[in-house]
Design a protein around this ligand. Structure first.
Ligand code: GLN
Length: 277
């Protein structure tokens, strides 16, 4: 009996691949766009082309072993942008759209805001901000040359004029930014949850004994690079909002506050820098 689309999807389930990932991986193995899930449903009795089954089975085995679907597909949608991603960068998460939406609310287009994204990875945040606010002047840095290759390729493909530079957080950065944003690493180095993220770059995930080493450094450095009235917005772990607001306030920022992600978890905190107090 030839392997049909429906049977291939059933086989994926027995391998432990969830339904949505199986559908996306099967479309990928068939060379079809990932938005064509309806096509799969309406062709469920079609036999698979002979070459598609082994490649789909191999993709399912890798997914079942924990590789992110985004790496297997080579793509991830973030804030309406189709980004190319691979194991050189963290997979952009929907949680981070909270940071983007908050940043955009602080970026009136008429003022051509100057924005800096720290640890840009795939370029997700910087590119989403530039796309939604074409008048902004968006810079982005990452310490990883590999990540910057991915980010620059995304910018070129999307035609977005973000300026990317290799740097360790704010070392060598310009001054007078209206907004500095970052989704830095924030997981505690001994957190058991890191095991489930073993395919993604550890340098994008873990940050010292309490997960706050990089956030502390950014909070310390940011004021020298912010304009009067500029904002610093940071993504952080599910239980870090009070600690991050305290770090901001201790450093002399005003109005420290947090925003929830889609799951209702306080996922980002930020505050305003006033030169004249
Ligand atoms: N949100 C990611 C996770 O917990 C971590 C991302 C990060 O460290 N910036 O899976």
């Amino acid at each position: 009996m030839p392997m049909t689309i429906l049977n291939a999807l059933r086989a994926a389930a027995t391998l432990g691949v969830d339904r949505l990932d199986a559908q996306l991986l099967l479309l990928h193995a068939l060379g079809r766009p990932v938005h064509e899930r309806a096509w799969l449903l309406s062709h469920d009795t079609d036999p698979l082309p002979p070459a598609a089954w082994p490649s789909f089975e191999a993709l399912c085995a890798r997914r079942a072993a924990g590789e992110p679907a985004a790496y297997l597909l080579g793509a991830k949608e973030f804030h309406g942008l189709a980004l190319q991603v691979d194991a050189r960068v963290l997979v952009p998460r929907p949680d981070t759209e909270t940071l983007v939406d908050w940043a955009l609310s602080l970026m009136p287009a008429a003022t051509a805001p100057r924005v800096l994204d720290l640890g840009t990875g795939s370029g997700a945040i910087a590119l989403a901000l530039q796309h939604a606010c074409p008048d902004a002047k968006v810079d982005a840095v990452d310490a990883s040359a590999d990540a910057l290759e991915v980010a620059r390729a995304n910018a070129t493909r999307l035609g977005l004029p973000v300026r990317f530079t290799q740097a360790d957080w704010l070392a060598g950065a310009d001054t007078n930014y209206d907004l500095i944003v970052s989704n830095p690493p924030y997981i505690a180095a001994d957190d058991a949850h890191l095991a489930a993220l073993k395919h993604e770059p550890l340098s994008a995930l873990a940050s010292g004994p309490d997960g706050l080493d990089d956030i502390r450094q950014i909070v310390r450095q940011a004021p020298a690079h912010l304009a009067d009235g500029g904002w610093l917005l940071l993504e952080h772990g599910f239980d870090q909002a009070p600690a991050v607001r305290a770090l901001l306030t201790e450093r002399g920022f005003a109005n420290a506050q947090s925003r929830d992600d889609l799951a209702g978890i306080a996922r980002c905190s930020g505050a305003i820098w006033r030169t004249v107090k």
